[in-house]
Design a protein around this ligand. Structure first.
Ligand code: AKG
Ligand code: FE2
Length: 286
């Protein structure tokens, strides 16, 4: 695929590409916007380098793709509530997002995508991994695809079983800023069922829709779910379905949350990392 407005360089054989030649601080022309959208659908996650963005500029870029999704549990910046600061301080021992997941999969309408912008990085480490859920689905046998057709997952937003049922506030004790930003979700429904195999609303391709928030299959017990769920969680993140992005200050990643999972690598204890995330509203998975 070639684009008129910029160059696109894939970073792995599975997904992910760097987009060169765009300044995201100025409004994109209609054609450039359409090509960015196309590059996202083609590559699942796209990366921009050397950007210099205020929260307002990052929000303007994001709003071209849809309304802004507010995280049910995490407060945004005081002056820009739609921008979530993801900060790990030097003395923190935990990393936010350090497990394979789909953003806010526990909500009724999980995000369409998210834009993460790097403000401050450790001298080394702090990469983010992404996995291609179309490839994970395509690689299954026909027998398994048939069996999974009508399966639904049950996802929760708090008190995850794999963390012993602890609350977010307790889990995030090792990421001080994030612990301070946890809020009550109020009336937002934070436990939801979704199809395990979803059809991407724009590409029409089937993808496995699974991530760390999934506790079990809907209508089944934990014990019944565990063997196949664990198999699928491991299958979806086989190395050949993934890419790894090395950040620099000013890098921005934009991922399609409908056909990917991601994982923030927590290998930089002793250094500070600060990111700004803006999340775009999605629709109900089908
Ligand atoms: O910090 C990162 O690299 C990713 C964190 C994360 O999971 C997110 O922003 O959704
Ligand atoms: Fe995430």
């Amino acid at each position: 695929m070639s684009y008129q407005s910029f160059d696109v360089t894939p970073i792995s054989g599975a997904l992910g590409a760097e987009v060169h030649g765009i300044d995201l601080s100025i409004p994109l022309s209609k054609q450039t916007f359409e090509e960015v959208h196309e590059a996202l659908l083609d590559n699942l996650v796209i990366f921009f380098r050397d950007q210099d963005l205020t929260p307002e500029q990052q929000l303007s870029f994001a709003r071209r793709f849809g309304g802004i999704h507010l995280h049910p549990y995490m407060k945004g910046l005081d002056d820009h509530p739609e921008v979530l600061a993801i900060i790990k301080e030097k003395d923190d021992t935990r990393t936010f997002g350090a497990s394979w997941h789909v953003d806010q999969m526990f909500t009724e309408k999980p995000a369409m995508g998210a834009m993460l912008y790097a403000k401050e990085l450790p001298p080394a480490g702090g990469d983010t991994l992404y996995a291609n859920m179309y490839l994970a689905y395509d690689a299954l046998s026909e027998g398994m695809k048939d069996m999974l057709t009508n399966v639904k997952t049950f996802a929760v937003g708090d008190r995850f079983k794999r963390l012993g049922g602890q609350s977010r506030k307790d889990v995030y004790k090792g990421v001080s800023v994030m612990a301070n930003h946890v809020k009550d979700p109020g009336d937002v429904k934070t436990e939801n069922e979704h199809p395990l195999v979803r059809t991407h609303p724009e590409t029409g391709r089937k993808a496995l829709f699974i991530g760390g928030h999934v506790q079990r299959f809907a209508g089944m017990t934990d014990e019944e779910s565990a063997p196949l769920l664990n198999y699928l969680k491991a299958h979806t993140v086989r190395p050949e379905f993934t890419c790894r992005f090395g950040w620099k200050p000013g890098s921005l990643a934009f991922w399609d949350n409908r056909c990917t999972q991601h994982f923030a690598v927590g290998d930089y204890n002793g250094s500070r990392r600060e990111m700004h995330r803006v999340t775009i509203q999605g629709d109900r998975p089908v």
